[in-house]
Design a binder for this molecule. Structure first.
Ligand SMILES: [Zn+2]
Length: 306
């Protein structure tokens, strides 16, 4: 079973008879791919792994067609962190920081004061949704719990973990009463409250190693205890960058012809490197001439960083 445990996967589960649900993710190869694109000190890498896992879990709670972006820019040592996940669970993430390799700081100093912003951008329309919550708490999971309480008004618990091999986490949610599968009648509220507390206790108690390395059935059993659970099939999560020649061409056009010519004059070519995947896009004088000569100028991508 070693292979199955090493594969990245996302699983959803429900507690039978209660409006309680969970999502669990373990990033295997997607995390390795993400880490291979850029070297980070261990603390930043762990935060990035947690953020990437959180972006997948947030996307899993939504019905949408598009891209979810979780981003924060604060006064801390991590100046900017962006994690993006599409509705079909293609993931990318990047962080900017000034932390030295062996440096140890706490969460407060790592992220500083600022806001955590979650944006959901639709693929099919100009519609987007944005939720903002202050960066506060002792973990990224705590910040996100407050995001859910504020933006979605759903009691939510999150545990996020990352090590150099794997990253992952679990999200638990108490849905509004009257949701599918909810029991009704006398005593149901008491039973529900008890089950919700049991789940939270199970999540608090589960060892990070179990969350990251045990088979899905064992992870869910460990959190749900004696409650009956329905565990759904695995959804794969992959690393994929959204950058493309078209998107980068849009970015170059948005820089303007003067800036493009200045780069050509200085360096002989204009090179744009994708922050997420490290891919270089190089434009010489002929390319730049063509970019600014074409009549159909599409709107540049206004996504983060590129
Ligand atoms: Zn890229």
């Amino acid at each position: 079973m070693a292979e199955a445990q090493d594969a990245g996967e996302l699983r959803r589960f429900l507690l039978e008879g209660h409006p309680l649900r969970g999502h669990w993710v373990r990033l295997g190869p997607a995390w390795q791919e993400l880490r291979s694109r850029r070297a980070y000190p261990p603390l930043v890498e762990a935060l990035l792994g947690e953020a990437a896992s959180a972006a997948v879990l947030l996307a899993a709670t939504l019905k949408f067609a598009g891209t979810l972006t979780m981003q924060f820019a604060g006064s801390g040592r991590v100046r900017l962190l962006v994690a993006q996940c599409t509705d079909d669970f293609r993931l990318r993430a990047v962080a900017h920081h000034d932390l030295a390799d062996g440096e140890a700081v706490d969460f407060d100093e790592l992220v500083g004061a600022g806001n955590l912003v979650v944006t959901v951008q639709s693929d099919t329309s100009a519609a987007s949704y944005q939720g903002i919550v202050p960066l506060a708490g002792t973990t990224l999971g705590e910040c996100l719990e407050r995001y859910f309480e504020g933006s979605e008004q759903l009691p939510t618990r999150l545990k996020l973990v990352a090590d150099p091999v794997r990253a992952g986490g679990m999200l638990l949610q108490r849905l509004p009463a009257g949701s599918a599968d909810a029991a009704s009648g006398e005593g149901a509220g008491v039973l529900l409250q008890g089950a919700w507390e049991d789940l939270q206790g199970g999540l608090a108690a589960i060892a990070p190693e179990t969350l990251l390395a045990a088979p899905a059935e064992e992870v869910v059993r460990s959190v749900a205890g004696e409650h009956d659970c329905r565990l759904f099939g695995a959804t794969p999560v992959s690393f994929a960058c959204r950058c493309s020649p078209e998107r980068v061409a849009g970015l170059v056009r948005s820089l303007g012809i003067d800036e493009a010519h200045a780069a050509l004059a200085e360096q002989g070519a204009l090179t744009i490197t994708c922050e997420f995947c490290g891919r270089d896009y190089r434009y010489d004088a002929v390319d730049v001439g063509q970019l600014f000569a074409s009549d159909d100028l599409p709107q540049p991508d206004r996504g983060p960083l590129n």
